[in-house]
Design a protein. Sequence first.
Length: 330
Amino acid sequence: MTEQLIDTFGRRVDYVRLSVTDRCDFRCVYCMSEDMTFLPRSEVLTLEEIGLVARAFTELGVKKLRLTGGEPLVRRDITRLVSHIGQLPGLNDFAMTTNGASLRKLAPELVAGGLQRLNISLDSLDAELFRQLTRTGNLDKVIDGIRAARDAGFQRIKLNAVILKGRNDNEVLPLVEFAIAEGLDISFIEEMPLGDVSDHCRSETYCSSDDVKERIESRYRLTESAETTPGPSRYFSLENSPTRIGFISPHSHNFCGTCNRVRVTVEGRLLLCLGNEHSVDLRAVLRSYPGNIERLKQAILNAMPLKPERHHFTTDGDVQVVRFMNMTGG
Ligand code: SAM
Ligand code: SF4
């Protein structure tokens, strides 16, 4: 029988998110501060090390893997890593979260490498507002990237939108309309208190999923989907459209009881919970025993008892975890 990752609370971990870089070509106001210092290269896992981590997890029964960052598509030779992971036996869901800006160039190679699904972040359809929220992003490029991904063969692309009250809450309905017109799914995310972002006070911009849902229901009828995932998302279907609407609600709907996931930062820190600092240094194992997958698997198995029962995010505006989202791997 293959080994399995089971924590102290009986939760089976079969989903891992790997961050492949802390860098990004955007500086989204909820994710990064304007001046960021990035990790020196020596502290970042090599593509070979990340590939070995991915293989270790699949050999421990992980079936679902997502590449994220930072912006995964700014990592040099990312398509080589995608092709490596795309061949790993046992993986039945291989996905990436991206800001979409490089998809015109890279989408065909990602499909050829075996990447199956994409989540693309899009918080506004107003070019000026998009620029303000991302600080450096270009809306046209992202929309072109979304279409390039669809043309390259990605099915069921999902948009992710973080909604901040007073900033982009008026974008909720336009984003839903865009998703319907383009044949995409869309999830709305509550902002999480990761890192001190300096741009705004999070307690003032907090916008609950219920508020977002109410806005959507002013125009559309939503029916809760029977499909449940062991994660933070709840899905709804729309009348007369295949578009699904999701809500990711770390504040208003605690999802820890069914949490099936762990994360690995680009420094090789295995994070057992998004909202806590419990972690294990896999880079130390990788560099003390280069290429030794059994050591790596043992370190991952030994980490399972550290997975905490739940996070304790609040909406009072305090920073509860000092790590920024780009370091965490959202
Ligand atoms: N760069 C890629 C992107 O933006 O899609 C992948 C990494 S990004 C950190 C992953 C997701 O986390 C994005 O959808 C982003 O909107 C979301 N995110 C970043 N900071 C967040 C925060 N403080 N709270 C909630 N979501 C956040
Ligand atoms: Fe970059 Fe993604 Fe963070 Fe925006 S959310 S700054 S695109 S890593």
